[in-house]
Design a binder for this molecule. Structure first.
Ligand code: EPZ
Length: 428
């Protein structure tokens, strides 16, 4: 097991290149199972979630391998299994996409129930509601969800809640169903559009992705092709917040500025300087920042996956801010870790009251999930003294070369074995 050792105080400056979107890549890699051909996906981030899914594809009879940096070749022609047991899928939440892809390809899927999230339960009732609307039946036995359909037939599906996973899963199950499927109250995240564009480039007929009504006309079969993953909105937002939190000046490259609108708007409100270019954004901050309130919402609202990072930034503003988490039931577990660093935050259900102006001091802290881990690193960059961030397996799931990118911007951060003393890390 390893940890980050961070000496706070450095102002981040320079340029950083954003990788492909993790939450898009994990869906595209699974969607390739629908294609009895070879798919080449470019700009795939080298994160642990990617490698876990590659392993799953190989275990199902297909082959998945990197043929160049970020270029993943998937050959699903020989995939002949529709069962993904617990030991195969327990490491990754995105395994729930196997339900839609295997059902869409074989008319049958047996996938282990996705486990509880790091921040609350992970229901799949909307996924199952969509599959049943398409003509499937399901049962849960021995920890596996068994979903089967004699024939998948297009249907109208209204999503009671906006769900990224359910929207993507139903889209995958519907691409070769007979007739038209209409998903209403669909999620509109950039990665939803990316999955639809990927499937369309492989011969599917999907319209309306990115709006709340998606129409899918079933086709006979899909064909192979090449497709690039979009830049990671959440990684880009994480670096924007880190630049502001350290009062730095950073050019964040390989982004789609439109995807960052809600983050840029909030940072501008706080007094951060934001300059947008075609495929990059510059974040500059050299003075006090004003407090700000925010509420997480499905896209295009403020993304829940940037809630921990933005809340951490609010600790360095003047005044009291209110953060409301509207997507997940319990996504403030990491606040306990920030309190070890001297943060003054009160949590009541889905609301957190953040007192700015205090000083953070370095401390050993532990990641509770992927984005909380990133927030604790930002807190370490802001803090006085040395911070050790444990449980890096979460950060490694979704951030490619995180410490290298931060170091290239001047951060004093290094990765060490858990037992190693910080002073040995040459940081303190
Ligand atoms: C995706 O999770 C992301 N994961 C999450 O990012 C992200 O936080 C979330 O979307 C919201 O944007 C991936 O893309 C791999 P949802 P997902 O279905 O699809 C409820 C990260 O850090 N719900 O949109 O599981 C659910 O409980 C991760 O990168 C149901 O009630 O999220 C939640 O409250 C963390 N029934 C809300 O909807 C269902 O059947 C949104 O969940 C499905 C979801």
């Amino acid at each position: 097991m390893s940890k980050y050792v961070i000496l706070g105080g450095a102002k981040l400056s320079g340029e950083v290149e954003i990788s492909g979107a993790k939450n898009s890549a994990v869906a595209l890699i699974v969607a390739a199972l629908l294609v009895k051909d070879v798919c080449v996906i470019e700009n795939v981030p080298a994160v642990s979630d990617t490698y876990v899914l590659m392993d799953i594809i190989n275990q199902l009879g297909g082959s998945a391998e990197f043929i160049d940096k970020g270029v993943l070749r998937i050959d699903a022609r020989l995939v002949d299994k529709f069962e993904a047991p617990y030991e195969m899928v327990s490491k990754i939440r995105a395994s729930s996409y196997l339900m839609g892809a295997l059902l869409g390809r074989f008319g049958h899927a047996r996938v282990a129930m996705p486990g509880g999230c790091d921040f609350g339960v992970r229901p799949i009732d909307l996924h199952l509601k969509g599959f049943m609307a398409l003509g499937a039946q399901y049962s849960v036995e021995y920890g596996l969800v068994d979903i089967r359909a004699e024939k998948l037939t297009g249907a109208g599906i209204y999503m009671d809640k906006v769900s990224v996973g359910a929207t993507i899963n139903v889209m995958m199950a519907a691409v070769m169903a007979e007739g038209q499927t209409v998903i209403e109250n669909a999620a509109k995240e950039p990665h939803i559009v990316d999955v639809a564009n990927f499937l369309n480039s492989m011969g599917a007929n999907i319209k309306g992705a990115g709006t709340d009504i998606i129409k899918i006309k079933g086709v006979e079969a899909l064909h192979g092709g090449t497709y690039p993953v979009i830049p990671d909105q959440i990684e880009a937002g994480t670096f924007m917040v880190a630049a502001a939190a350290t009062r730095g000046d950073v050019l964040i490259k390989n982004v789609i500025p439109k995807h960052l609108d809600s983050i840029s708007a909030k940072l501008l409100e706080m007094g951060v300087e934001i300059t947008e270019y075609d495929d990059s954004v510059r974040v500059k901050c050299d003075g006090p920042l004003k407090k700000a309130n925010f509420t997480t919402m499905p896209y295009p609202g403020f993304p829940t996956d940037l809630q921990p990072q933005m809340l951490t930034l609010l600790l360095s503003t003047e005044g009291t801010s209110i953060v409301t988490e509207n997507v997940w039931d319990n996504r403030f577990k990491y606040v306990e870790e920030l309190r070890r660093m001297g943060a003054n935050i009160t949590v009541d259900g889905r609301c957190a009251v953040v007192e700015g102006g205090g000083k953070l001091t370095g401390s050993p802290v532990s990641s509770t999930d992927l984005r909380a881990g990133a927030a604790l690193v930002i807190a370490g960059l802001m803090a006085d003294g040395v911070t050790e961030v444990y449980n890096l397996k979460y950060i490694d799931r979704g951030y490619e070369s995180f410490e290298q990118k931060l170091r290239s911007l001047g951060a004093q951060i290094t990765r060490r074995k858990d037992g190693e003393k910080s002073k040995d890390a040459g940081i303190a």
